[in-house]
Design a binder for this molecule. Sequence first.
Ligand SMILES: Cc1ncc(COP(=O)(O)O)c(C=O)c1O
Length: 409
Amino acid sequence: MPVTYTAKLDEALNRLHVEGRYRTFIDIERKNGNFPHATWRRPDGSETSITVWCGNDYLGMGQHPVVLEAMHEAIDATGAGSGGTRNISGTTVYHKRLEAELADLHGKESSLVFSSAYIANDATLSTLPKLFPGLIIYSDELNHASMIEGIKRNGGAKRIFRHNDLDHLRALLAADDPAAPKLIAFESVYSMDGDFGPIAAICDLAEEFDALTYLDEVHAVGMYGPRGGGVAERDGLAHRIDIINGTLGKAFGVFGGYIAASAKMCDAIRSYAPGFIFTTSLPPAIAAGAAASIAHLKRDQTLRARHQTQAKILKLRLKGMGLPIIDHGSHIVPVIVGDPVHTKKLSDMLLDGYGIYVQPINFPTVPRGTERLRFTPSPVHGPEEMDKLVRAMDALWSHCALNRQELSA
Ligand SMILES: Cc1ncc(COP(=O)(O)O)c(C=O)c1O
């Protein structure tokens, strides 16, 4: 009896369709100098001008002249790719400069650049037990998939603590052998609810139980702290974090990820992590653009300040209309719809009827029943765009409340 590969694929895909969480990618073309505006290419080939409200180019740095200039210069000087792994001809002055910029950003001795923050999390967390035999990792239950994967694959012991629950974390730490090496892995800004991790209190517990700390600042770097070093920098806590993880692809507007830590920690990860060793290094132009972006955001407070103001204004206005938004005081604006089909329908209506692009967020990215639209206002969203969004949400929300059947259709 032959294996029915195609039927199995159909079954797997159908499961997603039935649950209403089959992912459809929207084909968009960003226009240089025009973000958050873009062109949406419909499946029939026709084009519509849209405003992107769900991107993670949080500060618009993806089209900032300083970044583009650095990338053009590097590409003209060195060409496209790096041509090798970091070990075999792929370490350039651009990579070294970027790593120095990152170490300085976080006040650490060293940093290591990876292909993405996903890879940085996965590669680092899956390697740590090789360095610390018997390591137990304590992981917040809402940690990003990249941390979960790294922790799962590492073959070491893991404990999952309830989200931001310090009592639970303490109980788990206290239940383990005091002599066992330990690491607490958590995030500074949880990207789907926009709430903050209790960094100081977790550092206190880490000190008490002699554990290392690992902080994912992917949704904070560039945006928080006087130089964009993240929430740990803002709160004067970066020195208490052993390993900081960040991305170059969101607020810094380019691509790639990294960890920043002690020279010895980075040296050990550099030497043992397959996800760092056995892959081509970032193209030099990417490294140059990222370094320019970081350097710029160390000095420029205006984008950071405007970003926070924009988020506050949007939350106030949506709240004023009685929409169920989550507000933890960060830059992320989630509106809970609570049903995958309704969320998709609302997103389609916004796109089709108003040229507003906000991708529906479903399980497994968020728990079932909390499906949502996640808005990411930026400093480059103007007052007109904000007005248009608020009016559209007002109209659709009232319309949908009266027409639940239409949403379910
Ligand atoms: C919390 C968190 N960590 C890590 C990542 C991965 O970042 P990157 O896009 O650089 O791979 C993401 C991506 O969305 C994230 O939300």
